[in-house]
Design a protein around this ligand. Structure first.
Ligand SMILES: Cc1cc2nc3c(=O)[nH]c(=O)nc-3n(C[C@H](O)[C@H](O)[C@H](O)COP(=O)(O)O)c2cc1C
Length: 178
């Protein structure tokens, strides 16, 4: 049984959904998870007393939330001292266009370089478009990106592109290291 820190930043709520899913899967494997919502500024608990860390964050306009980098600035030494993984969440991760996939890979690489963090794993996760969280312009732009990816917006207003089976395989691989 390992103690795992799972900290996430989520603007529209999908990375939060992904993080809860990952936490449940790790708990199913008998690990203890400390889940921290950085967007809600959930306390100041760090990773000192944990055996592993996962950080998840969504990409908006080519960037990750500031909360992720400031968390890494405060808790980097502990996170660097044990097994760790970064889960970048984006629409580009669902693209069939290699240039877009490479571009989001570069965004993640730049973020990690600037943070001075070399996680053991970087697992890109395809995100979602949640209409209720978007303004009119964002909704039009996001729907047109979905269209470019060969996807149509779900009539429910919640279009999820995450491949949950792929994510579960990653969680198992990460858990096997603990
Ligand atoms: C205003 C806005 C800008 C976005 N910018 C990007 C982007 O630059 N690259 C990308 O791949 N996805 C982009 N996305 C897609 C988000 O990464 C995706 O919707 C993700 O699931 C959001 O996660 P969250 O709900 O946890 O914030 C953007 C979404 C919005 C609403």
């Amino acid at each position: 049984m390992a103690r795992v820190l799972l900290a996430f930043a989520s603007q529209e709520g999908h990375t939060e959904r992904i993080s809860h899913h990952v936490a449940r899967k790790l708990e199913d494997l008998e690990h203890v998870v400390r889940l921290i919502n950085l967007t809600n500024h959930d306390g100041e608990a760090g990773a000192d007393d944990c055996d592993a860390s996962l950080l998840a964050g969504s990409v908006h306009r080519g960037c990750f939330a500031m909360e992720l980098s400031s968390f890494l600035m405060r808790h980097g030494p502990a996170i660097r001292s044990h097994a760790s993984a970064f889960l970048p969440v984006s629409l580009s991760a669902a693209s069939h266009n290699q240039c877009e996939i490479d571009a989001v890979g570069e965004i993640a690489d730049r973020f990690l370089f600037e943070a001075g963090w070399h996680p053991d794993y970087v697992e890109h996760v395809a995100g979602a478009v949640q209409d209720r969280q978007l303004n009119m312009v964002e909704k039009v732009v996001m729907h047109s990106i979905l269209h470019q990816h060969g996807e149509e917006a779900d009539p429910s207003g919640d279009t999820v592109l995450t491949n949950w089976e792929k994510l579960d395989r990653f969680v198992k691989k990460f858990a096997a290291r603990l």
